[in-house]
Design a protein around this ligand. Sequence first.
Ligand code: CAA
Length: 258
Amino acid sequence: MAHYDTLSLTVDDDRIAQLTLDRPEALNALNSAMMAEFAAALVEATQSGARALILTGKGRAFAAGADIAEMRDRTFGSMSDANHLALWERLADLPIPTIGAINGFALGGGCEIAMMCDILIAGESASFGLPEITLGIIPGIGGTQRLTRIVGKAQAMDLILTGRRIDADEARRLGLISRVVVDGEVVEQAQVIARQIAGSSARAVRAAKECVLRADQSSLSEGLLFERRWFHSLFAFDDQTEGMTAFLEKRPARFADA
Ligand code: CAA
């Protein structure tokens, strides 16, 4: 693995990648250096053959948002010419499943990159919010779009226009995250989920991820057709025969690349 200054990347023997944001002194605030390293680390994780990626933060935050100190003196020109913040979006395009393990504050840009993950779990004392409005700006890494699609207009307006923070329980009730776990066990629980996914057919996992994501981007009829085409396609691969044979023989399936 390459050396990074603002994050760390590991890939274990089960091919589970873990990317840890590592600027705890600034609550993992997202700066330009981290954004460039993040994009490079995603490429490295994918090229390593990782089957799933866990994203977490070191210390008491997942990430407390874009780096305010770095942003304060920026101008419209410097933001738009460099298309500032665009590289974070690479996370949403990753073909392998991503699991956000939220260990503390997930605010502003931190909440926004969390929402790009496929599965989100959080420790009991984690908190979420989009406080950009209090800084005279708005969310800039997809918050107004993703939060609205996830929780609906009423809740999104409430959170974005007030900038208020919510705790992990409320985040789960709203459907922003799927599980709340004991503080200190967030990464461990994410690893359990990642291993479960890594033991399945990689093709089926990829198909499932693509289909679920398609639900946000297509009409129901287009989404249903997309799903059915993928469903039919999976019968072209050995994983389908192995999965069904294993069920009938009452034994665990052994997928070729798991
Ligand atoms: N940018 C830069 N530095 C940050 C930061 C951020 N987003 N969040 C925290 N820090 C720094 C603090 O400045 C502080 O540094 P010093 O020790 O050098 O003073 C250190 O991290 C610890 O933070 P606090 O002392 O503030 O810790 P706290 O426990 O009292 O409060 C907090 C924690 C509530 C998360 C508070 O730090 C906070 O409100 N942070 C900012 C949250 C925010 O507004 N995020 C949105 C940013 S804008 C954005 O993200 C735009 C976008 O859509 C891309």
